[in-house]
Design a protein around this ligand. Structure first.
Ligand code: NDP
Ligand code: 2IT
Length: 449
């Protein structure tokens, strides 16, 4: 970065940090965007004069609420619920709900901020939001999860609506939780509308939504490779996570002829040098989605290595698909990936790479697809679920998969348009600038609101 721009970014970040003390994940997400956007804003004074970037870092509103529920032993439990409605310049607020003990305002603000750019990139009319609770679904019975979801929705319902704010799933919130949340919304609002996405097929859900984030992330990797005359066929992939995004990333990687050799959860990772085939993947789906077990059991069942307390980035590969959580690839992990010959990183998770890791990927000019571009397929199909709900019809699996593929291609193209540096494509700059323009132009048109 030129010195003047660097000074602008520093000044801007000082202000963000003062206004949001201690929110390190939020600072990180804003810093990454500010670095990309500042040169663009300096060249386009209308955005600077209207203080668009400053306005975009301040959420429209944040709702924080108590969630009381009763566990199976009759104990009263208290959690904290949130919804960060970040920006609705280009459509209703849209974004997932996360249930995880680490959920905090900083985490949800970083996720909501990223969602604004991601949703803009999808080409669909969706604003950005994120919500959740510091509730840990692990070890809870179905009835406890149901009671928690009902208590959570009993407050949230007054803040959302099909044309206002449409939540979906994220970590710890899958088909089971969305069903409980939707059932409670329907009951208290007394209306059947597309107020949530990721719903079951019997009550307004869309085909391909379950698969969309993982499939989209692999389509994005394939697009990046195709742009260099290459493809995923025969490539060795390392995947982290073993939840929704990871499972369908593996499935699509197999469809495209790649070999996947790792999966992980928060306890450790498995290394299967033979490759995770479709039969083994079915085992993982049953293990994680039905039995809700640990990935360690895969190693015991199939007789491969399990590395307790570690992440898979030191296993040699050509392609890395981080699909677990934020900041799971640190500087030393990025270095290990590069040293071992990895040259494609497509992020299924949100902000899985630290700033240090990201700088290394960019410096080495590898094919690096940041989350807000590479994992946008999930929210894109959520947008298609909203359209189907409004039209009261259902598209076929094939139609939806084609639409998803097409959207991922368009996102890739936009990143290339705005991130082309001559000898390589900086997909981070590309995604940030392309995502910014649509939202910024809408905000400019509205005047000061
Ligand atoms: P799931 O809850 O289905 O799976 C999460 C996976 O990540 C689990 O394997 C989990 O392990 C692991 N994980 C979670 N937290 C941590 C942690 N702190 N350290 C190590 N591992 C962890 O969530 P998803 O698959 O839906 O989400 C994964 C990522 O993808 C997240 O970053 C999410 O924001 C992002 N994303 C999700 C979308 C979606 O449509 N679902 C859309 C776009 C992005 P364990 O079981 O041990 O907790
Ligand atoms: O991070 C994300 O994009 C999601 N968790 C999905 C959001 C959505 O509304 O489908």
């Amino acid at each position: 970065m030129a010195n003047a721009i660097e000074a602008e970014v520093k000044k801007f970040m000082q202000d963000v940090e003062e206004r949001n003390p201690g929110e390190t994940e939020f600072h990180q997400a804003v810093y990454e965007v500010a670095k990309s956007i500042m040169p663009f804003v300096e060249d386009n004074r209308k955005y600077k004069d209207a203080k668009i970037l400053q306005r975009m870092t301040e959420p429209d509103r944040i709702i924080i609420f108590r969630v009381n529920w009763v566990d199976d032993h009759g104990n009263i439990r208290v959690n904290r619920g949130y919804r960060v409605q970040f920006n609705n310049a280009i459509g209703p607020y849209k974004g997932g709900i996360r249930y995880h003990p680490t959920v905090s305002l900083s985490i949800l603000k970083f996720l909501g901020f990223e969602q604004v750019f991601k949703n803009s990139l999808t080409t669909l009319p969706m604003g950005g939001a994120k919500g959740g609770a510091n509730f840990d679904p692990k070890g809870k019975s179905d009835m406890e999860v149901m009671r928690f979801c009902q208590a959570f929705m009993t407050e949230l319902f007054r803040h959302i609506g099909k044309d206002c704010d449409v939540p979906a799933g994220d970590i710890g919130v899958g088909a089971r939780e969305i069903s409980y949340l939707f059932g409670q919304y329907k009951r208290i609002a007394n209306e059947f509308t597309g107020v949530l996405t990721g719903k079951g097929l019997a009550f307004g859900g869309s085909l391909i939504r379950t698969e969309a984030t993982g499939y989209g992330c692999v389509y994005f990797a394939e697009e990046m490779l195709n742009s260099r005359g290459d493809s995923l066929k025969g490539k060795v992939c390392v995947v982290s996570g073993s939840g929704n995004v990871a499972q369908y990333a593996v499935e699509k990687a197999l469809d495209l002829g790649a070999k996947v050799i790792t999966l992980s959860d928060s306890s450790g990772f498995i290394y299967d040098p033979e490759g995770i085939d479709r039969e083994k993947l079915e085992y993982v789906k049953e293990l994680k989605n039905v039995r809700r077990g640990r990935i360690r059991e895969y190693a015991e069942h199939f007789g491969c290595e399990y590395h307790e307390g570690q992440r898979p980035w030191h296993v040699p590969c050509q392609v890395a698909l981080p699909c677990a959580t934020q900041n799971e690839i640190e500087g030393s992990d990025a270095k290990a990936l590069l040293d071992n010959g990895c040259f494609v990183v497509s992020e299924g998770a949100n902000m899985p790479t630290t700033i240090e890791g990201m700088d290394l990927f960019l410096k080495n000019k590898i094919l690096y697809g940041p989350g807000k571009a590479a994992n946008a397929g999930g929210v894109a199909v959520s947008g298609l679920e909203m359209t189907q709900n409004s039209m009261r019809l259902s598209w076929t699996r094939e139609e939806l998969d084609n639409k998803l593929r097409d959207i991922m291609k368009k996102i890739h193209k936009k990143c290339v348009t705005y991130g082309n540096k001559g000898d390589f494509v900086n997909y981070v700059d590309g995604a940030n600038v392309a995502g910014f323009i649509k939202v910024a132009d809408a905000m400019l048109a509205y005047g000061v609101v």
